[in-house]
Design a protein around this ligand. Structure first.
Ligand SMILES: [Mg+2]
Length: 196
C-alpha cells in the first residue's frame, strides 16, 4: 500500500502522544542517566514494556514514567523533530485530536499548550483514558478514520475495527507488524500534504 497516494483526512485523523508527538524515549533515557546513573541506548528499547528489555529495577522504570506523567514540562519532555510545524500546519485546516493512554489529562494538556502554543491547542480534542486497550471506542466515538500510534498492538486492534492505523516507527515495533508505517513527521507531512 502506498500511503502517500491517498491524502490523510485531516478532520478525521488522530494521534497518540507518547513516542509519536512527544520524544518520551529521549526523556526516559535522560532521566535514567541523570538521576539514576543508568546508561541506556535507544536501540536497547526493543519492547514497549521497557521492563522486558532493560536490566532495570521495575520501581525505577515506574518512577521515571510517573515523573513524565505528572510533570512533563518540569522534566523537559520535548516534541519529536518536526512535530511542531506539521501539527501547526494541520491545525490550520482541522482541530488536532490526541488520544493517549496516560491516565492524567491536565499535565499533558498543559504540556501540549506549552510546546505548541495556545492558538494551536485552543480547539484541540484530547482524551486521556489510562488504558492502552480502550482507544478503539474513543476513536470510533470521535468519528476518526485514521490514527497514528507507536504501539503496534494498538494499531492492529484498530485495524480490525476498520480504522486505518499507521505505526510510528520505533525500535520496539519495527518489523513486528504488517501495517502502514510512518518514520518521521516529515513522512506524516507527506501523507497529509502529498501534492506539495
Ligand atoms: Mg505511544
Amino acid at each position: 500500500m502506498n500511503i502517500y497516494k491517498n491524502r490523510l483526512p485531516l478532520t478525521s485523523l488522530g494521534f497518540d502522544i507518547d513516542c509519536v508527538v512527544a520524544d518520551t524515549m529521549e526523556a526516559f533515557i535522560r532521566i535514567a542517566r541523570e538521576e539514576y546513573t543508568i546508561d541506556i541506548k535507544p536501540e536497547q528499547i526493543t519492547h514497549f514494556n521497557v521492563e522486558q528489555c532493560l536490566n532495570m529495577d521495575d520501581a525505577i522504570v515506574q518512577t521515571i514514567f510517573h515523573k513524565l506523567m505528572v510533570d512533563p514540562i518540569g522534566y523537559k519532555l520535548k516534541l519529536l523533530p518536526d512535530a511542531r510545524p506539521v501539527l501547526q500546519k494541520i491545525q490550520t485546516q482541522a482541530p488536532l485530536t490526541f488520544i493517549t493512554a496516560r491516565p492524567l489529562r491536565d499535565p499533558i494538556v498543559d504540556w501540549l499548550e506549552h510546546e505548541l502554543g495556545s492558538q494551536i491547542t485552543a480547539d484541540m480534542h484530547i482524551i486521556a483514558m489510562g488504558d492502552h486497550d480502550s482507544k478503539t471506542e474513543h476513536i470510533l466515538d470521535l468519528g476518526l478514520t485514521h490514527f497514528i500510534d507507536d504501539r503496534f498492538e494498538t494499531c492492529e486492534t484498530l485495524a480490525q475495527e476498520g480504522i486505518i492505523a499507521m505505526v510510528f516507527d520505533q525500535p520496539w515495533n519495527s518489523g513486528r507488524h504488517s501495517l502502514p508505517v510512518v518514520r518521521s513527521w516529515q513522512d506524516i507531512h507527506a501523507c497529509c500534504f502529498p501534492l506539495e
